[in-house]
Design a protein around this ligand. Structure first.
Ligand code: GDP
Ligand code: MG
Length: 309
Protein backbone atom coordinates (compact mmCIF):
# COMPACT_ATOMS: atom_id res chain seq x y z
CA UNK A 1 0.00 0.00 0.00
CA UNK A 2 1.23 3.49 0.78
CA UNK A 3 4.92 4.10 1.13
CA UNK A 4 4.57 6.22 4.22
CA UNK A 5 6.13 6.25 7.64
CA UNK A 6 3.87 5.40 10.50
CA UNK A 7 2.38 8.38 12.25
CA UNK A 8 3.17 10.86 9.52
CA UNK A 9 0.13 12.34 7.84
CA UNK A 10 0.88 13.83 4.44
CA UNK A 11 -1.30 16.18 2.45
CA UNK A 12 -1.13 18.56 -0.44
CA UNK A 13 -2.44 19.90 -3.71
CA UNK A 14 -1.80 18.17 -7.01
CA UNK A 15 -2.45 19.44 -10.50
CA UNK A 16 -2.97 17.16 -13.45
CA UNK A 17 -1.92 18.87 -16.66
CA UNK A 18 -1.66 17.70 -20.23
CA UNK A 19 -3.04 18.14 -23.70
CA UNK A 20 -6.79 17.79 -24.19
CA UNK A 21 -7.99 14.19 -24.39
CA UNK A 22 -4.94 12.55 -22.77
CA UNK A 23 -7.16 11.22 -19.99
CA UNK A 24 -6.87 13.70 -17.12
CA UNK A 25 -10.53 13.49 -16.13
CA UNK A 26 -10.51 9.72 -16.49
CA UNK A 27 -7.57 9.49 -14.07
CA UNK A 28 -9.20 11.84 -11.59
CA UNK A 29 -12.39 9.84 -11.67
CA UNK A 30 -10.44 6.60 -11.33
CA UNK A 31 -8.69 7.89 -8.20
CA UNK A 32 -11.62 9.64 -6.60
CA UNK A 33 -14.23 7.13 -7.71
CA UNK A 34 -16.92 9.74 -8.18
CA UNK A 35 -18.06 11.64 -11.21
CA UNK A 36 -16.50 14.97 -10.34
CA UNK A 37 -15.06 15.90 -13.70
CA UNK A 38 -16.64 15.69 -17.10
CA UNK A 39 -15.57 12.92 -19.47
CA UNK A 40 -16.16 13.32 -23.15
CA UNK A 41 -14.63 11.79 -26.26
CA UNK A 42 -14.27 15.35 -27.61
CA UNK A 43 -11.43 17.56 -26.36
CA UNK A 44 -11.58 20.50 -23.95
CA UNK A 45 -14.63 19.81 -21.89
CA UNK A 46 -13.04 20.78 -18.62
CA UNK A 47 -12.82 24.54 -18.76
CA UNK A 48 -12.61 25.23 -15.07
CA UNK A 49 -10.50 24.06 -12.20
CA UNK A 50 -12.10 21.09 -10.56
CA UNK A 51 -10.76 19.45 -7.44
CA UNK A 52 -11.33 15.92 -6.30
CA UNK A 53 -10.02 14.67 -2.98
CA UNK A 54 -8.33 11.34 -2.35
CA UNK A 55 -8.36 10.17 1.25
CA UNK A 56 -5.70 7.53 1.89
CA UNK A 57 -4.82 5.80 5.14
CA UNK A 58 -2.33 8.46 6.05
CA UNK A 59 -2.53 10.99 3.27
CA UNK A 60 -4.97 13.37 1.70
CA UNK A 61 -4.38 14.40 -1.91
CA UNK A 62 -6.37 17.29 -3.33
CA UNK A 63 -6.45 17.16 -7.11
CA UNK A 64 -6.91 20.10 -9.41
CA UNK A 65 -7.96 19.17 -12.92
CA UNK A 66 -6.83 22.10 -15.04
CA UNK A 67 -8.25 23.08 -18.42
CA UNK A 68 -6.50 21.84 -21.53
CA UNK A 69 -3.49 23.95 -22.28
CA UNK A 70 -3.43 25.47 -25.71
CA UNK A 71 -1.10 27.66 -27.57
CA UNK A 72 -2.15 31.23 -26.97
CA UNK A 73 -3.46 31.77 -30.45
CA UNK A 74 -6.37 33.91 -29.45
CA UNK A 75 -7.66 35.45 -26.29
CA UNK A 76 -9.75 32.46 -25.39
CA UNK A 77 -6.81 30.13 -25.52
CA UNK A 78 -4.43 32.45 -23.70
CA UNK A 79 -7.04 32.62 -20.96
CA UNK A 80 -6.79 28.85 -20.70
CA UNK A 81 -3.00 28.97 -20.53
CA UNK A 82 -2.87 31.56 -17.78
CA UNK A 83 -5.53 29.70 -15.84
CA UNK A 84 -3.48 26.54 -16.09
CA UNK A 85 -0.19 28.22 -15.15
CA UNK A 86 -1.73 29.97 -12.18
CA UNK A 87 -3.34 26.71 -11.13
CA UNK A 88 -0.04 24.85 -11.06
CA UNK A 89 2.10 27.58 -9.50
CA UNK A 90 0.88 26.94 -6.00
CA UNK A 91 0.48 23.19 -6.03
CA UNK A 92 2.78 20.71 -4.30
CA UNK A 93 3.06 18.20 -7.14
CA UNK A 94 2.34 18.40 -10.87
CA UNK A 95 1.29 15.33 -12.83
CA UNK A 96 2.08 15.93 -16.49
CA UNK A 97 0.11 13.46 -18.54
CA UNK A 98 1.04 12.37 -22.06
CA UNK A 99 0.06 9.62 -24.47
CA UNK A 100 2.52 6.86 -25.38
CA UNK A 101 3.37 8.32 -28.78
CA UNK A 102 6.81 7.96 -30.36
CA UNK A 103 7.40 11.68 -30.13
CA UNK A 104 5.95 14.36 -27.83
CA UNK A 105 3.19 16.28 -29.63
CA UNK A 106 3.23 20.02 -30.27
CA UNK A 107 1.21 20.64 -27.14
CA UNK A 108 3.39 18.34 -25.03
CA UNK A 109 6.42 20.36 -26.15
CA UNK A 110 4.57 23.57 -25.42
CA UNK A 111 3.80 22.38 -21.89
CA UNK A 112 7.40 21.27 -21.30
CA UNK A 113 8.87 24.51 -22.61
CA UNK A 114 6.32 27.17 -21.74
CA UNK A 115 4.73 25.78 -18.60
CA UNK A 116 6.80 23.21 -16.70
CA UNK A 117 10.05 25.10 -17.17
CA UNK A 118 8.42 28.17 -15.61
CA UNK A 119 7.62 26.57 -12.28
CA UNK A 120 9.82 24.79 -9.74
CA UNK A 121 7.09 22.42 -8.54
CA UNK A 122 8.11 18.72 -8.36
CA UNK A 123 6.64 16.94 -11.39
CA UNK A 124 5.71 13.40 -12.24
CA UNK A 125 5.45 12.30 -15.85
CA UNK A 126 2.38 10.13 -16.31
CA UNK A 127 2.31 8.13 -19.53
CA UNK A 128 -1.34 7.19 -19.94
CA UNK A 129 -3.19 4.79 -22.25
CA UNK A 130 -0.53 2.09 -22.07
CA UNK A 131 -3.32 -0.39 -22.77
CA UNK A 132 -3.13 0.83 -26.37
CA UNK A 133 0.51 -0.29 -26.65
CA UNK A 134 0.90 -3.78 -28.07
CA UNK A 135 4.51 -3.97 -26.98
CA UNK A 136 5.44 -2.48 -23.61
CA UNK A 137 9.09 -2.20 -24.69
CA UNK A 138 7.94 0.71 -26.84
CA UNK A 139 7.71 2.69 -23.60
CA UNK A 140 11.46 2.81 -23.06
CA UNK A 141 12.38 5.22 -25.89
CA UNK A 142 9.43 7.44 -24.90
CA UNK A 143 10.64 7.57 -21.30
CA UNK A 144 14.15 8.47 -22.53
CA UNK A 145 12.89 11.39 -24.60
CA UNK A 146 10.99 12.95 -21.70
CA UNK A 147 13.76 12.24 -19.19
CA UNK A 148 16.09 14.42 -21.25
CA UNK A 149 13.65 17.30 -21.41
CA UNK A 150 12.71 17.77 -17.77
CA UNK A 151 13.94 16.62 -14.34
CA UNK A 152 10.88 14.53 -13.44
CA UNK A 153 10.75 13.08 -9.92
CA UNK A 154 9.17 9.93 -11.31
CA UNK A 155 7.87 8.51 -14.58
CA UNK A 156 4.80 6.31 -14.22
CA UNK A 157 3.10 4.43 -17.07
CA UNK A 158 -0.63 3.93 -16.42
CA UNK A 159 -3.96 3.09 -17.96
CA UNK A 160 -6.45 5.44 -16.36
CA UNK A 161 -9.19 3.54 -18.13
CA UNK A 162 -8.26 0.14 -16.66
CA UNK A 163 -6.72 1.44 -13.44
CA UNK A 164 -3.30 -0.08 -14.22
CA UNK A 165 -0.45 1.75 -12.49
CA UNK A 166 -2.81 4.15 -10.74
CA UNK A 167 -1.96 2.75 -7.30
CA UNK A 168 1.75 3.30 -8.00
CA UNK A 169 1.02 6.82 -9.17
CA UNK A 170 -0.90 7.65 -5.99
CA UNK A 171 1.99 6.24 -3.96
CA UNK A 172 4.60 8.37 -5.73
CA UNK A 173 2.46 11.46 -5.32
CA UNK A 174 2.08 10.74 -1.59
CA UNK A 175 5.84 10.30 -1.28
CA UNK A 176 6.40 13.80 -2.66
CA UNK A 177 3.98 15.47 -0.24
CA UNK A 178 5.10 16.97 3.06
CA UNK A 179 3.63 16.32 6.45
CA UNK A 180 0.37 18.22 6.62
CA UNK A 181 -3.16 18.35 7.96
CA UNK A 182 -6.33 16.82 6.56
CA UNK A 183 -7.54 19.94 4.76
CA UNK A 184 -11.03 18.62 4.05
CA UNK A 185 -13.39 16.28 5.89
CA UNK A 186 -13.49 12.77 4.40
CA UNK A 187 -17.02 13.05 3.05
CA UNK A 188 -16.00 15.90 0.79
CA UNK A 189 -16.13 14.77 -2.81
CA UNK A 190 -15.34 18.12 -4.37
CA UNK A 191 -15.05 21.68 -3.17
CA UNK A 192 -16.98 22.99 -6.15
CA UNK A 193 -20.43 24.37 -5.61
CA UNK A 194 -23.25 22.11 -6.72
CA UNK A 195 -24.45 24.74 -9.18
CA UNK A 196 -21.22 24.51 -11.13
CA UNK A 197 -21.36 20.71 -11.27
CA UNK A 198 -24.97 20.90 -12.44
CA UNK A 199 -23.98 23.31 -15.23
CA UNK A 200 -21.18 20.93 -16.24
CA UNK A 201 -23.54 17.95 -16.37
CA UNK A 202 -25.86 19.88 -18.70
CA UNK A 203 -22.94 20.95 -20.86
CA UNK A 204 -21.76 17.35 -21.01
CA UNK A 205 -25.08 16.36 -22.58
CA UNK A 206 -24.73 19.11 -25.19
CA UNK A 207 -21.32 17.58 -25.95
CA UNK A 208 -22.80 14.12 -26.24
CA UNK A 209 -25.73 15.09 -28.43
CA UNK A 210 -24.53 17.84 -30.77
CA UNK A 211 -21.73 18.05 -33.30
CA UNK A 212 -19.10 20.19 -34.97
CA UNK A 213 -18.74 23.66 -33.53
CA UNK A 214 -21.96 23.56 -31.52
CA UNK A 215 -20.64 21.97 -28.32
CA UNK A 216 -17.72 24.40 -28.25
CA UNK A 217 -20.05 27.37 -28.63
CA UNK A 218 -22.00 26.58 -25.51
CA UNK A 219 -21.78 27.63 -21.91
CA UNK A 220 -24.32 26.87 -19.25
CA UNK A 221 -25.33 29.05 -16.34
CA UNK A 222 -27.55 27.81 -13.52
CA UNK A 223 -29.97 30.68 -12.92
CA UNK A 224 -31.69 29.27 -9.89
CA UNK A 225 -31.15 26.27 -7.64
CA UNK A 226 -33.82 25.75 -5.02
CA UNK A 227 -33.97 22.99 -2.47
CA UNK A 228 -37.43 22.06 -1.28
CA UNK A 229 -36.74 19.96 1.80
CA UNK A 230 -40.43 19.42 2.52
CA UNK A 231 -40.99 17.70 -0.81
CA UNK A 232 -37.39 16.42 -0.87
CA UNK A 233 -36.62 17.74 -4.34
CA UNK A 234 -34.55 20.36 -6.09
CA UNK A 235 -35.82 22.80 -8.75
CA UNK A 236 -33.24 24.05 -11.18
CA UNK A 237 -33.49 26.70 -13.90
CA UNK A 238 -30.53 26.76 -16.27
CA UNK A 239 -29.71 28.62 -19.47
CA UNK A 240 -27.76 27.15 -22.35
CA UNK A 241 -25.96 30.08 -23.99
CA UNK A 242 -24.92 29.83 -27.63
CA UNK A 243 -23.16 32.21 -29.99
CA UNK A 244 -25.56 32.22 -32.97
CA UNK A 245 -29.27 31.93 -33.81
CA UNK A 246 -28.53 28.86 -35.94
CA UNK A 247 -26.97 27.12 -32.92
CA UNK A 248 -30.00 27.97 -30.85
CA UNK A 249 -32.10 26.16 -33.45
CA UNK A 250 -29.87 23.09 -33.21
CA UNK A 251 -30.00 23.02 -29.41
CA UNK A 252 -33.79 23.28 -29.42
CA UNK A 253 -34.16 20.80 -32.27
CA UNK A 254 -37.17 19.83 -34.34
CA UNK A 255 -40.29 20.25 -32.20
CA UNK A 256 -38.01 20.78 -29.20
CA UNK A 257 -36.74 17.22 -29.40
CA UNK A 258 -33.06 18.03 -28.81
CA UNK A 259 -33.56 20.21 -25.75
CA UNK A 260 -35.87 17.54 -24.31
CA UNK A 261 -33.21 14.89 -24.80
CA UNK A 262 -30.50 17.10 -23.26
CA UNK A 263 -32.78 17.82 -20.31
CA UNK A 264 -33.80 14.21 -19.81
CA UNK A 265 -30.21 12.90 -19.75
CA UNK A 266 -28.86 15.78 -17.68
CA UNK A 267 -31.66 15.38 -15.14
CA UNK A 268 -30.73 11.74 -14.59
CA UNK A 269 -27.07 12.68 -13.94
CA UNK A 270 -28.05 15.58 -11.67
CA UNK A 271 -30.36 13.33 -9.66
CA UNK A 272 -27.50 10.88 -9.23
CA UNK A 273 -25.23 13.72 -8.11
CA UNK A 274 -27.67 15.26 -5.65
CA UNK A 275 -29.44 12.08 -4.56
CA UNK A 276 -32.91 13.64 -4.77
CA UNK A 277 -35.54 14.06 -7.50
CA UNK A 278 -34.91 17.10 -9.70
CA UNK A 279 -37.13 19.45 -11.71
CA UNK A 280 -34.98 20.84 -14.49
CA UNK A 281 -36.09 23.78 -16.67
CA UNK A 282 -33.76 24.54 -19.56
CA UNK A 283 -33.66 27.79 -21.54
CA UNK A 284 -31.61 28.69 -24.60
CA UNK A 285 -30.20 32.16 -25.22
CA UNK A 286 -27.98 33.68 -27.92
CA UNK A 287 -25.05 35.54 -26.44
CA UNK A 288 -22.94 36.65 -29.38
CA UNK A 289 -19.19 36.08 -29.36
CA UNK A 290 -19.14 35.12 -25.71
CA UNK A 291 -15.69 33.63 -26.12
CA UNK A 292 -14.28 37.09 -26.63
CA UNK A 293 -16.35 38.68 -23.94
CA UNK A 294 -14.12 39.20 -20.94
CA UNK A 295 -16.90 39.60 -18.42
CA UNK A 296 -18.38 36.30 -19.43
CA UNK A 297 -15.01 34.58 -19.21
CA UNK A 298 -14.54 36.04 -15.75
CA UNK A 299 -17.98 34.81 -14.79
CA UNK A 300 -16.78 31.35 -15.80
CA UNK A 301 -13.80 31.62 -13.46
CA UNK A 302 -11.02 32.39 -15.94
CA UNK A 303 -8.23 34.81 -15.28
CA UNK A 304 -8.22 36.74 -18.53
CA UNK A 305 -5.06 38.64 -19.36
CA UNK A 306 -5.52 42.21 -20.50
CA UNK A 307 -5.46 42.42 -24.31
CA UNK A 308 -2.12 43.81 -25.55
CA UNK A 309 -2.33 47.21 -27.22
P1 GDP B 1 -8.99 14.89 -20.70
O1 GDP B 1 -9.39 15.81 -21.81
O2 GDP B 1 -7.50 14.86 -20.54
O3 GDP B 1 -9.70 15.13 -19.40
O4 GDP B 1 -9.37 13.42 -21.20
P2 GDP B 1 -10.59 12.47 -20.80
O5 GDP B 1 -10.38 11.91 -19.43
O6 GDP B 1 -11.86 13.20 -21.06
O7 GDP B 1 -10.37 11.26 -21.81
C1 GDP B 1 -10.39 11.46 -23.20
C2 GDP B 1 -10.63 10.14 -23.92
O8 GDP B 1 -9.55 9.23 -23.70
C3 GDP B 1 -11.89 9.43 -23.40
O9 GDP B 1 -12.53 8.87 -24.52
C4 GDP B 1 -11.33 8.36 -22.48
O10 GDP B 1 -12.15 7.22 -22.38
C5 GDP B 1 -10.02 8.01 -23.17
N1 GDP B 1 -9.03 7.45 -22.21
C6 GDP B 1 -8.65 7.99 -21.02
N2 GDP B 1 -7.74 7.21 -20.41
C7 GDP B 1 -7.54 6.14 -21.21
C8 GDP B 1 -6.69 4.96 -21.13
O11 GDP B 1 -5.96 4.72 -20.17
N3 GDP B 1 -6.74 4.11 -22.19
C9 GDP B 1 -7.55 4.32 -23.26
N4 GDP B 1 -7.52 3.41 -24.24
N5 GDP B 1 -8.35 5.40 -23.37
C10 GDP B 1 -8.35 6.31 -22.37
MG1 MG C 1 -11.01 16.61 -18.86
Amino acid sequence: MMAEEKGTFRSGYVSIIGAPNVGKSTLLNCIIGEKVSIISPKPQTTRNRITGIYNGESCQIIFIDTPGIHEARDMFNSALVSTAISAIEDVDVICFMVEPNEKPGKLDMFILEEVLSKVSTPSILVINKIDTLKNKALLLPIIDIYKDKHPFEAIIPISALLGDGVRELVDSIARLLSEGPKYFPEDYVTDLPERFLVAELIREQVFNLTHEEVPYSVFVIVDSFQKNSEKNLVSIDATINVEKESQKGIIIGKNGRMIKEIGKNARKDIERLLGVPVYLNLYVRVKEKWRRNISVLNELGFKVPRPKK
